[in-house]
Design a protein around this ligand. Structure first.
Ligand SMILES: Cc1cc2nc3c(=O)[nH]c(=O)nc-3n(C[C@H](O)[C@H](O)[C@H](O)COP(=O)(O)OP(=O)(O)OC[C@H]3O[C@@H](n4cnc5c(N)ncnc54)[C@H](O)[C@@H]3O)c2cc1C
Length: 473
């Protein structure tokens, strides 16, 4: 291997000789890539094409032993590192410029034990990998709504989706995690082993170590559920959004309805003339007996004069991919997100006027209904601090050409500022699009920041794990 200059933790750099890198590679089951290696360009691709980060080294791990070898090596040479799962983080924190990326994306195994209703999941697995392995047994883990998202980053941030109101956040089903610490120790974190670390992992992001395996509790579910989309013209939005607020204010935990405002994609159940026009979409899942669900969703289907609907009892693993075509990798993306305890009239007004000025055909305003079981767990039971968020709004600004970067980013920021007065002030760390200042870090970790700092001081006092929404020791 050639000599490679690598950025160090203090922002300086060190030249690593080819022989040193050869020796490192020989101790790995996986592969070590430099900028001249075949596969390097592909290995640095992330979901968000806005990110163009070039690590000096990308280490594609094959097992926990590789992770340990790399962390020991990084600590010895004081290298800047990042940890990458499936590479979905909007801010691109899975890569580090000039440093060593510990890439876990090849470790994708999901092992389900139907008898104990548990799954052991490797950190490179996607939500699609998890759904495929669990739902085939009629079991589910509550995860997010896009099948190519990684389980690791999602879990470490909290994790919510269609089943969270019924089953809690993803972290609420976490039984234990295997972690390689900054001191390159391999330890387990659970309620009984290293419980302070276990608390911090559940909402504290990738701050405390590299997780090499997650063990989750699974729940009987489906595998077919009543799911669907009802699409309304934007001309009805001024009454559709308040209807959504009222309807979701009275839902049982089994029923979750999200609302999306955007230009209509070319969905086969919509008349062609509707494609590309502004619409309000109610998307829902009923996580229970479909017959019961049919009655509950009747008012949602009866309201207004929808352009069309696609509703039925279908394999839930399939519905988990329903939004994939709108969220494919490779586009330019910038997100802004707020949490809300209610959808006030003032907020509704801002949402309506922003929809009229969406900056690109692919941009959308997403309102996720959370609450239910996710809100019932004691706030201090995990590091995740936003259980009071009944709704999470995420603005997916999305476009293709770099020439549109400034216009699209400015639009998202202006909408974010206009809606801030109605928000709780908290933000889901997995939706933060850029390097965060102290105020945004406090918004992400809330009242738990000081306790997270204590955990950080114990498990990563030198801040080896820093390319994230950083809890500084
Ligand atoms: C299209 C799309 C849809 C989404 N939908 C949802 C949703 O419905 N619900 C939801 O909750 N979130 C959702 N998210 C957000 C998602 O949770 C985050 O993007 C998350 O970071 C993805 O995890 P990843 O492993 O793919 O990330 P990566 O980019 O691989 O990693 C992100 C960060 O996580 C940390 N990390 C990753 N793996 C490890 C590990 N093994 N050990 C320690 N630290 C690690 C590191 O700090 C890393 O920088 C969505 C994201 C996208 C792009």
């Amino acid at each position: 291997m050639e000599n490679v200059t690598v950025v160090t933790g203090d922002g300086g750099s060190i030249e690593l000789e080819g022989g040193v890198l050869d020796s490192l590679a020989s101790r790995m089951g996986g592969s070590l890539l430099t900028a001249s290696s075949p596969g390097y360009e592909e290995a640095r691709e992330l979901w968000n094409a806005m990110i163009d980060t070039r690590p000096a080294l990308i280490a594609r791990c094959s097992d926990a032993g590789d992770v340990r070898t790399l962390i020991r090596f990084a600590a010895e040479h004081d290298l800047l590192i990042s940890v990458r799962g499936a590479g979905h983080n909007i801010a691109g924190s899975g890569l580090c410029a000039g440093g060593l990326t510990i890439d876990l994306s090849q470790m994708r195994n999901v092992e389900v034990d139907p008898a104990s209703m548990t799954a052991v999941v490797q950190p490179g697995a996607t939500l699609g990998d998890v759904d495929a392995a669990t739902l085939s047994h009629g079991l589910a883990l509550p995860v997010g709504i896009n099948s190519t998202t990684g389980i690791a980053g999602l879990t470490l941030g909290g994790g919510f989706g269609w089943l969270s109101r019924k089953l809690g956040l993803t972290i609420d089903s976490l039984i234990s995690a295997d972690v390689v610490t900054a001191g390159s120790e391999m330890i387990e974190a659970s309620e009984t082993e290293n419980s302070d670390l276990f608390w911090g992992l559940r909402g504290g992001g990738g701050n405390f170590g590299a997780v090499t395996s997650f063990t989750f509790e699974l729940h009987p579910m489906g595998p077919e559920l009543l799911c669907g989309l009802v699409v309304h013209p934007f001309s009805d939005a001024a009454s559709a959004v308040p209807f959504y607020r009222e309807f979701t204010g009275n839902c049982p935990d089994e029923l979750t309805v999200w609302m999306v405002l955007r230009d209509a994609p070319p969905l086969p159940f919509l008349p062609e003339e509707v494609h590309g026009t502004k619409v309000v979409v109610f998307a829902f899942v009923f996580a229970g007996d479909p017959e019961v669900g049919e009655k509950l969703i009747a008012p949602l289907r009866a309201w207004g004069s929808p352009h069309g609907e696609h509703v039925g009892v279908i394999p839930f693993a399939g519905f988990q991919q329903a939004f994939d075509p709108l969220l494919t990798p490779g586009a330019r993306n910038y997100w802004k997100s707020h949490n809300f305890s209610e959808l006030s009239d003032g907020l509704v007004g801002e949402v309506l006027s922003a929809t009229e000025s969406l900056p690109s055909p692919q941009s959308e305003i997403f309102v996720a209904q959370v609450g239910g079981e996710a809100a019932r767990r004691p706030i201090d039971s995990t590091a995740y601090p936003h259980r009071d968020a009944a709704y999470v709004m995420n603005v997916h600004t999305r476009w293709e050409s770099p020439a549109d970067d400034t216009r699209c980013v400015d639009w998202a920021r202006a909408f974010f500022d206009a809606t801030a007065p109605y928000a709780t002030g908290g933000v889901y760390l997995n939706f933060v699009s850029e390097a965060a200042d102290e105020e945004r870090i406090r918004a992400a970790y809330g009242a738990h920041l000081d306790r997270l700092r204590e955990v950080k001081r114990k498990y990563d006092p030198e801040n080896l794990f820093r390319t994230n929404l950083n809890v500084r020791p």
